[in-house]
Design a protein around this ligand. Structure first.
Ligand code: ATP
Length: 257
């Protein structure tokens, strides 16, 4: 059975940290494909606007072009599918598995900072049961932190939690209804927030996002203007290209869940 993974994020923009994570996960868990799923973040939900889905998708297409295992995904594209798009990870994961049929073992790839919020996501328990999780760990986090992030019903018993707090976040957590694999030593010191700030100052981005994405950001004038706000579109979700509207950088914008 083929091992496949979803990698969700805002990807505003995708950067070399994301790619390092994907490569390490692919090697460790023998992943044949990793689908990078840029989240559609409707303007009214974001604390600060996120760059148009189309730009984030285009940058993912450029960033993943050289690796046959990595694919940009339209699962959360505005207007994807016949039903009105539910903007929650649980819906995305179910749609992915439906498309897949029975053909694979599926993983959800996520950074530990994002995973620590998972107890607040829509239908968190169900979501954790849908796929195995690969959580990219960083020094300073314990197994107990990971356990404590689980929704109440899935959390380990108190005595176990106490032991977990004394262990670094490595190895696997196998509990009824949830499997978490910790992936160590790949978190790089790069974030989309830092990249948007560098872009705004006109700094070169090649070493943070690679040349193709850096050129795209430059050509489209992304992450430049911090004053203008994108106009409301008819659907409320598809925005004009940033170069025409002047898009705010997306610092602080988060997935909705
Ligand atoms: P921002 O700075 O805007 O918060 P980000 O760089 O964290 O963005 P996201 O699109 O939010 O990028 O990240 C998608 C996923 O990748 C999340 O699960 C996040 O935890 C993880 N991730 C992002 N950057 C790194 C990194 N340098 N090392 C490990 N994981 C990362």
């Amino acid at each position: 059975m083929m091992n496949l993974a979803l990698f969700g994020g805002t990807f505003d923009p995708v950067h070399l940290g994301h790619l390092a994570v994907a490569r390490a996960a692919a090697a460790t868990f023998d992943l044949k494909k990793i689908y990078f799923v840029p989240a559609s973040v409707p303007p009214h939900k974001a604390e600060q606007p996120v760059t148009a889905f189309e730009h984030r998708y285009a940058m993912l297409a450029l960033a993943t072009a050289d690796d046959a295992r990595f694919l940009p995904s339209l699962l959360e594209a505005p207007g994807y599918g016949s039903e009105p798009r539910a903007n929650y990870t649980i819906a995305t994961v179910r749609q992915f598995k439906k498309n897949l049929g029975k053909a694979g073992r599926t993983f959800f790839l996520i950074g530990i900072d994002a995973f620590l919020e998972i107890g607040h996501w829509r239908e968190a328990e169900a979501l954790l049961g849908e796929m195995e999780f690969i959580v990219v760990s960083r020094p300073g986090f314990s197994l107990g932190d990971v356990g404590a992030a689980l929704p109440e019903k899935l959390r380990p018993p108190e005595a176990v939690s106490q032991v977990m707090h004394r262990h670094p976040a490595t190895g696997d957590i196998l509990l009824p209804g949830v499997t978490v694999h910790l992936l160590q030593g790949v978190a790089e010191n790069v974030s989309a927030t830092r990249i948007r700030q560098a872009a705004q100052k006109g700094r070169p981005l090649d070493s943070l996002v690679g040349p193709a994405v850096a050129n795209y950001i430059r050509k489209q004038g992304l992450y430049r203007d911090t004053r203008a706000r994108p106009p409301a579109s008819k659907t409320g979700e598809v925005w004009q290209p940033a170069s025409e509207t002047g898009m705010l950088p997306a610092e602080g914008a988060r997935r909705q869940d």
